[in-house]
Design a protein around this ligand. Structure first.
Ligand SMILES: C[S@@+](CC[C@H](N)C(=O)[O-])C[C@H]1O[C@@H](n2cnc3c(N)ncnc32)[C@H](O)[C@@H]1O
Length: 218
């Protein structure tokens, strides 16, 4: 049953989620994340899947495309409205990834692609605790975030070590592998790698770099 944008719990004000900045960005620019999600893992047929910070549905489109039951949440209502056209069947929930409105062990798989990096340190810790809580034993977390060597690291105003505020106010934290492992220390790291690619910017090759990790709950 598609669940439309119901705010299951009040959005936390303890953690700076840059909510207004995200909402404004989606309102002004519409769909923000082009192309399709690459390198998606094979997933068991009946897995209960949750995506945190689904944005306008780039990853969700790949997850829900095969007819799987997926729940996806975001703090931005604008983002969820854009998601609905991408996935008519996913349960879309207005919620904070730092305070998940689900019972423990509700999901077999959690995707956190480029959401933890938009939180300050207390928010990243809260997200990590919540992921461990809602994952079932044997479940997996798939994680992606930009790495300290990415071309954008260091741009903008540094608000915390390694975290920068740019443009309309969106925060981005750039991770090291060790930091990712430490963040999810309650889970078992199965893969923690770095994915690098070049982006042509004004005729120059610039390095994009993200940490891709899979953690297991044992
Ligand atoms: C870079 S987009 C991620 C897009 C998506 N995961 C994908 O793979 O295409 C980051 C998203 O995280 C959302 N976000 C930021 N803070 C959040 C929070 N505390 N809880 C849930 N979503 C959040 C933003 O609204 C934004 O849509």
């Amino acid at each position: 049953m598609p669940k439309d944008y119901c705010a299951a719990r009040p959005i936390s004000t303890l953690v700076d989620t840059n909510l207004t900045a995200w909402d404004q960005d989606y309102r002004l620019r519409g769909r923000l994340w082009g192309s399709s999600a690459k390198g998606m893992p094979d997933l068991p047929e009946n897995a209960r899947i949750l995506e945190l910070g689904c944005g306008d549905g780039k990853t969700l489109a790949a997850l829900a495309g095969s007819g799987r039951k997926v729940a996806a949440l975001d703090v931005s209502l604008q983002a969820l409205q854009l998601c609905r056209s991408v996935s008519p069947v996913a349960a879309l929930i207005l919620a904070d990834a730092c305070r998940l409105p689900f019972k423990q062990e509700s999901f077999d798989i959690v995707f956190a692609f480029h959401v933890a990096g938009h939180l300050l340190l207390p928010g990243r810790h809260a997200l990590a605790r919540e992921v461990s809580r809602v994952l079932s034993s044997g479940g997996s977390l798939f994680f992606r975030e930009f790495c300290v060597e990415d071309m954008r690291a260091g741009q903008g105003m540094e608000t915390e070590p390694g975290t920068f505020r740019r443009g309309r106010g969106i925060l981005t934290h750039y991770f090291t592998k060790g930091e990712v492992e430490a963040l999810f220390c309650g889970l078992l790291p199965a893969i923690v790698g770095t994915h690098r690619w070049n982006l042509r910017v004004k005729g120059e090759n610039m390095l994009r770099s993200e940490i891709e990790a899979t953690f297991l709950k044992i």
